[in-house]
Design a binder for this molecule. Sequence first.
Ligand SMILES: NC(=O)c1ccc[n+]([C@@H]2O[C@H](COP(=O)([O-])OP(=O)(O)OC[C@H]3O[C@@H](n4cnc5c(N)ncnc54)[C@H](OP(=O)(O)O)[C@@H]3O)[C@@H](O)[C@H]2O)c1
Length: 346
Amino acid sequence: MLKAITWGANGMAGGEVLRILAGHPNIELTAAVSRSKATQPVWTVHPHLRPDFPEMTFVAPEEALSMEADIVFLALPHKASWATIKEYRKQGVKVADLSADVRLKDMAAYKEWYGQEHPAPELMEEAVYGLPELHREELRGASLASGVGCNATCATLGLAPLARAGLILDARMELRVGSSEAGAAPSQGGHHPYRDRTMRVYEPFRHRHLAEVIQECGLPASAFTMTMTAAPLVRGVQMLAQVRLSRKAKEPELWKAYRAAMERQPFWALSPARPGHLRLPDPRLVLGSNRALVGFSLHEDGERLLVVSAIDNLMKGAAGTAVQCANLMLGLDETAGLTMKPVYPA
Ligand SMILES: NC(=O)c1ccc[n+]([C@@H]2O[C@H](COP(=O)([O-])OP(=O)(O)OC[C@H]3O[C@@H](n4cnc5c(N)ncnc54)[C@H](OP(=O)(O)O)[C@@H]3O)[C@@H](O)[C@H]2O)c1
């Protein structure tokens, strides 16, 4: 078994990395890192994993740094990850990051979207954007995979096939998201009486994850807007994109563009055209799994298209994709540990 250390292991995405590793055939968790929970049993934070890690306790960062590892998962907040990435890369250890610290290739874009100069631009030379659906060959054997934004993942998997076929003039995206996106720490907006059953709209036009969609779709910022809605979900992201096509299209051409992009993709698929209620995907159909679903509907004018995509933010949008990257980086079967089925209905 290969050895993995997970940082931010008491958090939302880190906990999901632990859940995946608990069933991974080739990678075992050797340390779960947390500053605030060090020495406490892992199952006190993740009670659903008690049978899998009955004896394991969280370890402090200083202890973790001297432990042996084949791969390190960093589920730390933005701007808290880069220094630990540097430390591990100095030791020659492979890193699958989950934060935003090495996602953007363009340092000017990083400054624009994250409000400061990138503290370690040299890391970008070896970082591969951690979305296997678009960067599989670069990830094989790579040493550093970036995290992916959960909203960015949902949007990119919905739009990249059209963008790459030169079919997008512009796209107005609405993202509906669950509360687990905000992490495990309580906040006023996330407190149950205010967050439950909400349909709160926020970050009109310009959510930060747009920077990744621009990068991965290869279109100018002026082609996109991304507005968020906090929806009454714990897990799940759904994107609705109103796309104006760059030219008139017919349905078969669109099916073809999507099918070509999704060929030999273990976790990325189109929704069925019929029955109608399954054509545009609901996040409920992927919850707990590493799957992404995409559906579309062409307006009768042939110029406007509604694209809907759905993922589980903690899986395809974070931990699932990070483990998929790690599998590729370590030369394992890409799907190892990730074949769990969605929970439905949930
Ligand atoms: N939640 C999602 O749906 C999602 C999706 C995609 C990507 N991500 C990314 O995954 C990362 C973790 O997100 P999350 O939602 O899991 O957050 P979270 O629940 O808040 O967990 C982050 C953990 O990191 C540790 N931490 C906090 N500040 C730190 C610091 N300065 N240095 C070292 N450790 C620190 C904390 O544990 P201690 O204080 O105990 O050390 C905390 O539990 C973020 O970068 C996020 O953008 C999350």
